[in-house]
Design a protein around this ligand. Structure first.
Ligand SMILES: [Zn+2]
Length: 90
């Protein structure tokens, strides 16, 4: 394989990984704020949980939050608590 092509691919992959990590970090910071009821967009204490869906016992939960002030909507996937230990009961 051409060395320059390999080098180019490496740069593309590193760029993707870095942007992914940055995106996840920002997403996590947003989730932390939203869990406290703070909107990441207008920074008002107006976030409300409008939808909560679970894809099953071991699956992640989908939480949808909406800001009552600026109508910002955020969707987050969180791992449900208590199920990873195998203590989940139906
Ligand atoms: Zn807002």
């Amino acid at each position: 394989m051409n060395f320059y092509l390999l080098f180019f691919l490496l740069i593309v992959i590193v760029g993707l990984v870095v942007s992914y990590i940055y995106f996840m970090r920002e997403k996590k910071a947003n989730l932390l704020a939203i869990e406290q009821g703070i909107c990441p967009k207008c920074e008002q204490l107006a976030m409300e949980l409008i939808d909560q869906r679970s894809t099953g016992c071991s699956g992640p939960k989908m939480l949808t939050f909406e800001c009552k002030n600026c109508k910002y909507v955020g969707t987050f996937h969180v791992n449900s608590r208590g199920c990873s230990s195998g203590s989940c009961e139906f």
